[in-house]
Design a protein. Structure first.
Length: 364
């Protein structure tokens, strides 16, 4: 769960996929976002454009109903932010599941014949582990069974994303190796697909991380599985809005603590992952600086369409989209983005009742 939501912050940075800016309802000169809580357990909040909708949230799998605990050890998330009921423009966090695959574990070799693909083992579907890109292609077909004129625009490995998960899980891998077991492996990929559905032409961007635990636990998992979409002809237009949404997620520390208490040692890994969420863009930059480009940070921000702002209430630096010239915020975390120099939300009849402050760009 934490791993899935944590990598939302780096999806577009890694893939470079154009997906956001129509305007939300309200003042035509500005794009208004309200901070909205996940509805079922108040697990996290996210900025939602005014007039948009949310759907789904946190859920749990009953181990008795699933014939085993393999997918009941931590909460799952299926949550969508969408422009309309149809979801013509949207971002969706998809659930991560554990799957059984005994082929990479000699301790399970004799029992593998009793659990063919498609059967269930300890609450997990038995499924040979695919690479990350193949998983996304199968996932697209599951999400859009009626799609036609499907064209793969781009599909690529995301080694930086896999590297982040490898670092986060380093202590666990050290423990596994110390016990004489194989370390977990990670594979990440992004996929962009153009397709026709319901009379419209759409672009779907997907990303996932595959965690390979076959050597130690005869299982594998999909983490950080996210789908974003928009009409093909509007994908560039909607890019800034979806970027703002994807960068805005903040976890509720009390919920994190409850998960950690309930799930024990496994949840401690989730908690550690969540501590990396706000730092993840920096992680990517550090990795690139050391192993690849050595480009200046200013160039990186320009390349990814981002800027560093200083929150006038907290004094903290916040990395956000640079698609708009001016950015305003409230103490509660709502935001307004605008290109109008003269626009001031304070005193605006539709935005009154709360103080708005402009967030300046961080001095460098």
């Amino acid at each position: 769960m934490g791993k899935l939501l944590g990598c939302f912050a780096i999806l577009l940075v890694l893939t470079g996929i154009p997906c956001s800016s129509g305007a939300g309802e309200g003042d035509a000169r500005a794009m208004v976002f309200h901070r909205v809580a996940e509805p079922r357990e108040n697990a996290f909040t996210v900025l939602v454009p005014q007039g948009w909708k949310t759907e789904g949230g946190i859920f749990h799998i009953d181990p008795l109903a699933a014939n085993g605990p393999g997918n009941s050890l931590e909460p799952k998330c299926d949550f969508t932010v969408k422009k309309d009921d149809r979801g013509s423009v949207h971002v969706r966090w998809l659930p991560g599941y554990n799957y059984a695959d005994m082929s990479g574990n000699p301790r399970f070799a004799y029992g593998a014949a009793f659990f063919p693909p498609g059967s269930s083992y300890q609450g997990m579907v038995v499924r040979p582990m695919p690479d990350a890109l193949s998983f996304l292609r199968d996932l697209f077909r599951t999400l859009h069974p009626g799609a036609s004129s499907v064209a793969e625009a781009e599909g690529k490995s995301l080694p930086e994303l896999a590297g982040i998960f490898r670092r986060i899980n380093g202590p666990v891998n050290d423990m596994l190796v110390g016990l004489g077991l194989p370390a977990m492996g990670f594979d990440a990929a992004g996929l962009v697909v153009d397709y026709t559905e319901g009379g419209g032409r759409f672009r779907q961007a997907l990303v996932t991380v595959i965690q390979d635990s076959r050597g130690s636990a005869a299982m594998w998992s999909n983490l950080c599985t996210i789908a974003m979409g928009a009409p093909v002809e509007e994908s560039d237009r909607w890019k800034p809005v979806l970027e703002i949404v994807r960068q805005s997620l903040e976890f509720n520390p009390r919920w994190v603590a409850r998960v950690a208490q309930a799930a024990g040692e496994r949840a401690a890994i989730v908690r550690e992952t969540m501590e990396h969420i706000q730092k993840v863009d920096r992680e990517i930059w550090d990795n690139r600086r050391k192993t690849q480009d050595r480009i200046a940070e200013d160039s990186y921000l320009a390349l990814t369409g981002q800027e560093d702002y200083v929150n006038p209430y907290t004094g903290e630096t916040e990395r956000d989209s640079s698609a708009y010239r001016y950015r305003w915020t409230t103490a509660g975390g709502d935001r307004i983005y605008t290109d109008e120099e003269s626009f001031n939300p304070n005193g605006n009849p539709g935005l009154s009742g709360v103080e708005w402050k402009k967030t300046p760009v961080r001095e460098r």
